[in-house]
Design a protein around this ligand. Structure first.
Ligand code: DLL
Length: 431
């Protein structure tokens, strides 16, 4: 199903010339902002000399630190009176980063989300329960406006308050949900505790995003809830959700290339990599009047899949995010991504829905400690069964990450539940 067949299936040559037209406008808008005026001058960039998409790679990157430096409005390209909304990222370290939108930017974003949701079959007949936080975070309002644009009935539930969520699902026959994967795992458990079988709620489709998760977690959630789950990727700096979305094929997320120019770079050297190679995603927003951002280093690691998709859309897809350049753990010299640990845990049926990775240093040696909730029935059996399970978890983890972890089994509900973005890693080594 297409929201805008013409743009979604546009041929690549036409798409590239549209991208170039929009890029030229974004660059001249950017050049009018205090931040880019300075950066372009320092780097001898004359935006008028950028005559093809290829030249983009000669421009400097923009980083999260740059956004902080230009806080609050050093990257704004329109008069204050044209701005109708701002969002901000959570900013766990330092100042948060603020993003601004004109009325047209908000309308365009809503249209993009409507396109994204329809790509997996959501229509005006659906009841859409939005369980992402409303407020400065983009997850709530971002999909809200898009779902309304599509014509769904929207339940602006926001995150948390699980019993209320379940009641809303039951009373209003929710068919589509938007939720972080960690909250979906937790909510599924709460539904079962209420004596309800999650598939009986009748939810058909889930949009999962805002945090990294593995294919195994998707499979687990699909089974637990009896629904089809689609991956959705975005970041505040690029509007929020809607940068890329999965279609009905569920095999990678279409990057909406009429809004964003995507590049993959080697995170160490900054050099651009060809399609198919894994590296850091760099995005240029070419469709936001209030705040153009050029070559933004997302820190997210992925690959671009250039092969055509069976759905007929010509916008290239990106693979599930493998991790962030800054969430890679180095344990005793070995690089470990939390997503690797999750992929092992979530395919073991006895393992429950929550886990935590704790790193310590003892006598100068790194120790990886994984605290895992397992289903209560495992604690009712004999100790030997628990030992066997522990051995299995350790062996499977060791085979993938080559580090020997210490595993601690916990009863369900022992770890703090997540209602938004989960905090999975506790690194005590820095202290
Ligand atoms: O999380 C926007 C969003 C909301 C996306 C709802 C999808 C759904 P930020 O708070 O700025 O924005 O965080 C952005 O979250 O750079 C990724 O590291 C991570 N992230 C977002 N979506 C995914 C995903 C929103 N599907 C940061 N898979 C990004 C993995 C994701 N990581």
């Amino acid at each position: 199903m297409f929201w805008n067949r013409e743009i979604e299936t546009i041929d690549r040559t036409a798409l590239e010339s549209l991208q170039f037209k929009k890029l030229s406008k974004a660059l001249s808008d950017a050049a009018s902002t205090p931040f880019y005026k300075k950066v372009f001058k320092e780097n001898n960039v004359d935006v008028k000399k950028i005559r093809s998409l290829e030249h983009l790679k000669d421009l400097p990157f923009t980083t999260k630190a740059d956004l902080r430096l230009s806080y609050p409005d050093g990257m704004v390209a329109v008069p204050r009176s044209e701005i109708v909304r701002m969002h901000a990222s959570s900013g766990t370290t330092g100042k948060s980063t603020v993003i601004f939108y004109t009325a047209q930017d908000i309308a365009d974003w809503a249209d993009l989300i409507a396109r994204s949701m329809m790509a997996s079959g959501t229509t005006r007949d659906d009841v859409f329960q939005n369980m992402m936080g409303y407020g400065l975070f983009t997850g709530g309002l971002g999909l809200h406006y898009g779902a309304e644009r599509l014509g769904c009935m929207v339940i602006p539930a926001s995150s948390g308050n699980s019993l209320k969520q379940i009641q809303l699902m039951q009373d209003f026959h929710t068919t589509v949900i938007h939720i972080t994967p960690s909250y979906a795992l937790h909510l599924g458990d709460v539904v079962s505790e209420q004596g309800v079988n999650p598939p009986d709620l009748g939810v058909k489709r889930a949009y999962l995003g805002a945090e990294p998760y593995s294919e195994e977690t998707r499979n687990k959630l699909q089974e637990q809830w009896g629904l089809t789950a689609y991956n959705s990727y975005g970041l505040s700096e690029m509007n929020g959700p809607g940068v890329s979305f999965e279609c009905e094929e569920q095999c990678g997320m279409h990057i909406w290339e009429d809004f964003y120019i995507a590049e993959i770079i080697n995170p160490d050297t900054g050099e651009r990599l060809p399609d198919g190679e894994a590296g850091e995603l760099v995005l240029t927003h070419i469709n936001r009047a209030a705040m153009p951002i050029i070559r933004y280093r997302t820190r997210d690691l992925t690959r671009i899949l250039p092969e055509p998709c069976a759905c007929g859309r010509t916008h290239r897809r990106m693979e599930r995010i493998k991790g962030r350049t800054d969430d890679m753990l180095i344990v005793g010299g070995v690089n470990v991504f939390p997503s690797q640990i999750e992929s092992v845990l979530m395919k073991i049926p006895e393992v429950g829905n929550n886990y935590q990775i704790v790193l310590d240093r003892h006598e100068n040696l790194d120790r990886l400690h994984i605290r895992v909730e397992i289903y209560s029935k495992m604690f009712q059996g004999d100790l030997k069964a628990l030992e066997r399970l522990k051995k299995k978890v350790v062996e499977e983890l060791k085979a993938l990450i080559t580090v020997n972890p210490r595993i601690e089994f916990l009863e369900p509900g022992s770890l703090p539940p997540s209602t938004g973005k989960a905090v999975r890693v506790i690194d005590n080594r820095k202290i």
